[in-house]
Structures are given as C-alpha cells and as structure tokens.
Design a protein around this ligand. Sequence first.
Ligand SMILES: Cc1ncc(COP(=O)(O)O)c(C=O)c1O
Length: 396
Amino acid sequence: MLQIADRMNTLGTETAFEVLARANALAAQGKSIINLGIGQPDFATPEHIVEAGRKALADGHHGYTPANGIPALREAVSADLWRRHQVEVSADDVLIVPGGKVTMFFAIMILGEPGVEIMYPNPGFPIYESVIRFSGATPVPMPLHESKGFSFSAEEVLSKITPRTRLMIINSPANPTGGVVPKAELDKLVSGLRDHPQVAVMSDEIYGEIIYDGAEHHSLLRYPEIRDRVILLDGWSKTYAMTGWRLGYGVWPKQLFPHAEKLAINCHSCVNAATQYAGIAALKGPREPVERMVRAFAERREFIVKALNSLPGIRCVNPGGAFYTFPNIAGTGYDAKTLQTELLDRTGVATIAGTSFGAFGEDYIRISYANSLEALGEAIERIRRFLGNLPLSSAG
Ligand SMILES: Cc1ncc(COP(=O)(O)O)c(C=O)c1O
C-alpha cells in the first residue's frame, strides 16, 4: 500500500469536470445531453490566433522560453492593460503561466500557511477554497448576496479582516454567479483596506472583457493606494476562447514576483512556446471576434434569464458579466445537488449544484449559457416539463 502525504486530504476539486465526465458517459449511452455545466466559450479560437500558433511551430519555436514568458508577450500584456484600464504595468511584473488557475495557486501558496486567514468569495470558484485549505491557511468566506446582484458588501467584508488576514480574493465578473461588483463597492473596500496594510488582494479578472449593458470593467489595478499589494489574475481562456491552450498571466507586486517565478521554475519551467506566440496575436489582433462572441453571450443572457424566470419555483437575477446565471431554486422544493442529479439523469440537461461553489451556494444551480440559443431553448423546455411533472418526451 502506497502512503500518501497528509496534505492531499485537504485538496478539493472542481465538480464541473465530474459533471462533464458523467454527461459524456450518458451521451456515450445514446442519451441526448445538453451541457449547461461547462465553463468555457462554445466558440473556436479565432483563426488569426490559431495561425500564429501554427506559424510559431513552423518557424522552429520548439525550445524552452524564459520562465516568465517571452518578452514580446509580456510587452503585449502591458500594452493591453494600458488599452483596457489606462494603467502602466511594467512587463517585468508580468508572469506568463499555463492558465489562469496557476496565478491563483501560486498566490495562495506564497501567502498561505497555518495560522493565516485567507478571504474568498462564497459562492465562488471552488479552487480558491480548495487551495487555501491545501496551503494550511484558514478559509474565511466573503458572502455574496443575491439581493446585491451577487456582489459583496464592502462593510461586511472589511469587518471580517483580522490581524491574521494575509490575502483577500476578489472575482468580478464572477464565476459562478455572473455578478459584477459595482465600482462604488470597490471604492469602499479599497478605502477600508488602507487600515489593513498586511492584506494582499488577488483580483481574478479573467471574465473582465465579458461584461454587458455597456458597463465598464473596473480593474483593481486602477487603485494606486493598493497597487503594491494587488496580484492581478487574468488570461486568454475566456476572452479568446482558448481554454485548451493553457495560457494566463499574473501581474505581481515586486516583493512577490521572485517567489512566483521560482514556483514556475520548480513546476512547469515555462509555457508552451507556440501558445505564447498565439497569445501575442490574440492581444495585438482585431477586437472584432471578441466583440462578436460577447454580443452572442449578451443575446443568450437575455433569453435565458427571461426563460428561467418563467419557470415554476425559480427566480434569476440578471448577471452583469461572464456567461453564467445562478438561479435561485429554493421554490422548486429540491436541494441543489438533488436538482443537479435529477436534471442530468432525467432530462439530460447538465447543470452544476450551487453547493459545488461553497456552502452559500445552497438554493442555487449554475447554468452556463455558453451554448446555442437553440440548445438553451430546448434545455428550458425540458426543465419546464420536469418541474411541472410532465412527460419528458424529447429528453431522448
Ligand atoms: C473565476 C475563474 N478564475 C480562473 C479560472 C481558470 O482559468 P484557466 O482555465 O485559464 O486556468 C476560471 C475557469 O473557469 C474561473 O472561472
């Protein structure tokens, strides 16, 4: 019998991958599955980006790159941050990593240890809480409120800071709720953070370009008063439909950067070279493919929110960003996990129980609308029939 390190017992997982496996297994049995569990755009990576990756391979970019990323990519990130947020970021502070998740893992492992508290959004991306526990730190949930469009209350968050708090994680626009934290709430939070100079902030802005109703994404990089303790997490996965390429970046405070870079060298050496060239093409290329994708998401959001609100026992707030809705299902009489299982097994619609995103996700399910309008319409009809105890003829 092999002996496993104790710390492995503290590591959680991401249920989305389990639901995906179950949905695929059911599909393999011939069942008609509509996957609304998935957290990735249903668009192909734009062709000019794919071509840049192909060309990099043809041009012989087959070796290691610098651990922090090729200079041209880090410069392109810096220029992109200026375009989007009008903030100056030195390319020296940018660490290119294989996906958004890596910045999160590094930040938590650099700052987390027993005796330390790390605050994280709940319901939130499940890996936050999982890695906080893995680091030995204590996870302290920052509740998100449906009544506030799934934002937090700055006052409530600030009241949870203790002398042991070392890191606070913010995610806006958010997974799983689609919620966007209003600028006024961010202003209040940052103002309060002045009294807590020991608290670093990791701002997960991976959905920052998927935002609706003409709203502007307000990056935490825009607050000079906390700039020396903000870690920005961003990447290509969602904006450019590049989840499988594995490309992300962190902007690190100077004090933390060498630690993050050392972790990269110990862990993955560098990101796949051709992927990095594709990343340059994404940032420097036309914005039109991104705009087209966001327009499609906006149209689907409008449809799905209205449709969900027409279902018995369900109410759904209009999410400000990302491609998720987080309907309240308390009125259906099901708990979240049971509804997830029943919907998948009986109607073939894959969703994710809100509890997969933390204890405060009870009473909710996550529905990703990264799927066609036609598929969304069919899914809603199946759910309507299920909730109304009507025959599920079309579920296959
Ligand atoms: C909030 C949030 N942060 C980070 C990530 C990780 O992105 P990546 O696939 O680039 O690692 C995800 C992916 O679903 C996410 O939802």
